[in-house]
Design a protein around this ligand. Structure first.
Ligand code: NAD
Ligand code: TDX
Length: 332
């Protein structure tokens, strides 16, 4: 039975991964999380205390990280400042956590010779034209657009350099847009669901033509587990589930499932530098590691996600007013 350190495990994807580990493996999990505005202890609620321990702390805290890494077999690094819009207004925390935090973790893993898996994003590749027949692959050149994605690109490159220069036992995965339970209400899908629950019309940036390649958070988790257990050291794997949809179509689907007219939304000011389209070719992961997504029906996944937000208002309500107040100052 191994011991896994999961950074950012009180956030959206990290907490879904911890639940997935508890349900489908024997690993004992320590979560290292700063509990920023995006972290929530309640996202780990109900998990057995003999399997999961939460430690509040910063991934950029060298002494704490060194001690925790020493005590674990594997480190899976989800912790990040994750929201593009925030990075456009205050980039500094993105550098501190995404770049210095990753550096701190890989230095500790190098010192103690621990297996490291780095969670990253397809946004490091920039964006595609709507009619581009190509999708992102592991060899697509890096071309990030936002402060967020440039700090994630920087962190990926640090990991690659530590593998090559120091023999760090690391893998990297770059995943497309996740949806599912426990996602902060600042993000697109939960923001629109909770707006509708509050009697507020959904808000589309610009025309809403932008395409995202949606994957359920549980499919992301199963892919990460496959990489930890079977991935080749030094390799990068792209994770995606062939879920391309434009933002307008997603809002229309949510409105329809919540009993509203499909056009009952507003257009608001666009995001500066807004990436047009992301699309992942995940053939390498599927062929080399035999991974396949199980949540292939996006409509059913969205319906479950709507139900989750309906039933878990106590989880999201405390963040809602502050999040919307911030968007208001941005004209969004
Ligand atoms: P999130 O914002 O919901 O969660 C981030 C978590 O990290 C929070 O619990 C927060 O408290 C914690 N954290 C932030 N700074 C920290 C620090 N300095 N030290 C320790 N903990 C800290 O983010 P998410 O959407 O769950 O994303 C998780 C990871 O997955 C990120 O690395 C992100 O780049 C990547 N990713 C996200 C998506 C997506 O669609 N959300 C897609 C691909 C990749
Ligand atoms: O109110 C909104 N209206 C809207 O039209 C919001 C919040 C977003 N949008 C658009 C912007 C994007 O085109 O929806 C799309 C998705 O937006 P976000 O949820 O902010 O996600 P995105 O910027 O695509 O980035 C996400 O996926 C990749 C995660 O936040 C990143 O952490 C991950 O790396």
């Amino acid at each position: 039975m191994g011991k896994i350190l999961v950074t950012g495990g009180a956030g959206f994807i990290g907490s879904n991964f911890v639940r997935f580990l508890v349900e489908s493996t024997d690993y004992c999990v320590t979560v290292l999380d700063k509990l920023t505005y995006a972290g929530n202890e309640e996202s780990l609620g109900g998990l057995p205390s003999n399997r999961v321990e939460l430690i509040r702390g910063d991934v950029a805290d060298g002494l704490l990280v060194d001690e925790l890494v020493r005590l674990h077999d594997v480190v899976v690094h989800y912790a990040a400042e994750s929201h593009n819009d925030n990075s456009l207004f205050d980039p500094r925390p993105f550098l501190d956590t995404n770049v210095i935090g990753t550096y701190t973790l890989i230095e500790a893993c190098r010192k103690h010779d621990k297996r490291f898996h780095h969670i990253s994003t397809d946004e490091v590749y920039g964006d595609l034209e709507l009619d581009d027949p190509n999708r992102f692959t592991e060899t697509t050149p890096y071309n990030p657009s936002s402060p967020y994605s440039s700090t994630k690109a920087a962190s990926d490159l640090l990991v690659r350099a530590w593998v090559r220069s120091f023999g760090l036992r690391a893998t990297i995965s770059n995943c497309s847009n996740n949806y599912g339970p426990y996602q902060h209400v600042e993000k697109f899908i939960p923001r629109q669901i909770t707006n509708i629950l509050d009697g507020v019309r959904p808000k589309l940036y610009g025309k809403g033509d932008n395409v995202r390649d949606w994957i359920h958070a549980n499919d992301h988790s199963s892919a990460v587990l496959a990489i930890i257990e079977q991935g080749r050291i030094g390799e990068t794997y792209l994770i995606g589930a062939d879920g391309e949809k434009n933002n307008r179509a997603v809002v229309e689907l949510i409105l329809e499932h919540m009993g509203h007219a499909h056009d009952a939304y507003d257009h608001v000011v666009d995001r500066p530098g807004h990436d047009l389209r992301y699309a992942i070719d995940s053939s390498k992961l599927r062929v080399d590691l035999g991974w396949t997504p199980t949540y292939s029906n996006f409509e059913a996944g969205i319906k479950n996600t709507i139900d989750w937000y309906r039933e878990n208002e106590a989880w999201w309500r405390p963040q809602k007013a502050e999040t919307e107040a911030k968007y208001k100052t941005q004209g969004q």
